[in-house]
Write a protein that binds this ligand. Structure first.
Ligand code: ADP
Length: 317
């Protein structure tokens, strides 16, 4: 029914090579690494063998060029990514603290990433898309949110499907508008990919079973609950849950695990794989990505993931 599309922030990440607190003294940094949750997601979709296209904007600068070159090389259709001559590519400077928490300096809202809108190229893409994946992080930006809402209506009207990763991180400032848009998207969601307390956030209901019941009553058909080192569980109405333990790996850089999990899960399901097989690939995609420095450096192809699955033990439950 057409490609999987995702709209939102395309960034580069530049990261401190040492663990520590913030940037109040000079530290050695490494980058630029292509990043942005929607970009990581769509890159993983293409790498695992899905037809995938990105909607967003980068600046007319080297950061934009390396990121678009990378997406295109990995097989993502970038025909609906605008190159903005007046605003720079978005950046995220990151440093990990010893406890695994992160300090960020973001330039997103003043960057090209926050300034894309509905264009002929977006219209052409949305009109032939079969699936829209929404990142909660993108709904924070008014322009992106309008594009996502319009694309969601188009895709659903022609019988396409919608997945949502709530991903409303505490670093992102959001208000009543974002909450309203978020609720509208939840109401259109077929497949939800929450982690942490996002199941409660998306359903508005406390407690796992009550939250799931509420979401299924709203029309959600599948919930893939990401649980980090504890793996992931898929819940569907009237069927027993399917759980898979995570793979045992050394975590080098956790950024992007959930996005790679989502890209692999959505694509495998769209390609007709069973919940069990899609979950195996998705757990592998998330785990493989945390073994490499850089948000999307570990996004594996189907062959990479097959090798990873064959060579990597599961964590004990
Ligand atoms: P998010 O990044 O959205 O919060 P998670 O942290 O739950 O999502 O990661 C998504 C998936 O990636 C997990 O369900 C798991 O399969 C895999 N994953 C994440 N971190 C690890 C880890 N340290 N070891 C093994 N697998 C991991």
């Amino acid at each position: 029914l057409g490609p999987t599309i995702c709209a939102g922030e395309i960034l580069v990440e530049i990261m401190a090579t040492s663990v520590g607190e913030g940037f109040s003294a000079p530290v050695e940094m490494i980058g630029p690494y292509p990043s942005g949750a929607p970009a990581i997601f769509i890159d993983q979709c293409a790498r695992v063998g899905g037809s995938a296209a990105m909607i967003g904007a980068v600046g007319r600068d080297d950061f934009g060029r390396v990121t678009l070159d990378r997406l295109a090389a990995d097989g993502v259709d970038i025909s609906a990514v605008a190159v903005d001559p007046d605003h720079p590519t978005g950046t995220a400077f990151v440093r990990y603290r010893p406890d695994g928490d992160r300090d960020f300096v973001y330039n997103i809202t003043r960057s090209a990433a926050a300034r894309f809108g509905w264009t002929d190229a977006v219209e052409a893409l949305a009109a032939r898309a079969g699936h829209l994946h929404v990142m909660g992080s993108a709904l924070v930006m008014a322009g992106a949110a309008e594009v996502i809402e319009a694309a969601a209506r188009l895709v659903k009207a022609r019988g396409g499907t919608l997945s949502l990763d709530p991903n409303l991180r505490k670093e992102l400032a959001y208000g009543a508008d974002t909450e309203r848009r978020f609720a509208e998207i939840v109401a259109m969601t077929d497949l939800l990919l929450p982690s942490g307390d996002e199941l409660q956030r998306a359903s508005g209901v406390e407690g796992r079973d009550a939250a799931l019941a509420r979401l299924f009553a709203m029309g959600v058909r599948e919930v893939a609950l990401k649980q980090g080192r504890a793996g992931a569980t898929v819940h569907r109405p009237d069927l027993p849950p399917v759980h898979a333990e995570a793979f045992a790996v050394d975590e080098i850089d956790p950024t992007g695990a959930g996005d790679c999990f989502g890209g692999a899960y959505v694509t495998c399901r769209r390609l007709g794989l069973s919940v069990e097989d899609a979950l195996t690939y998705a757990n592998a995609a998330g785990a493989r990505n945390v073994t490499m420095r850089g948000p999307m450096e570990g996004a594996g192809t189907r062959a990479d993931l097959d090798r990873f699955i064959a060579a990597t033990p599961r964590r004990a439950p």
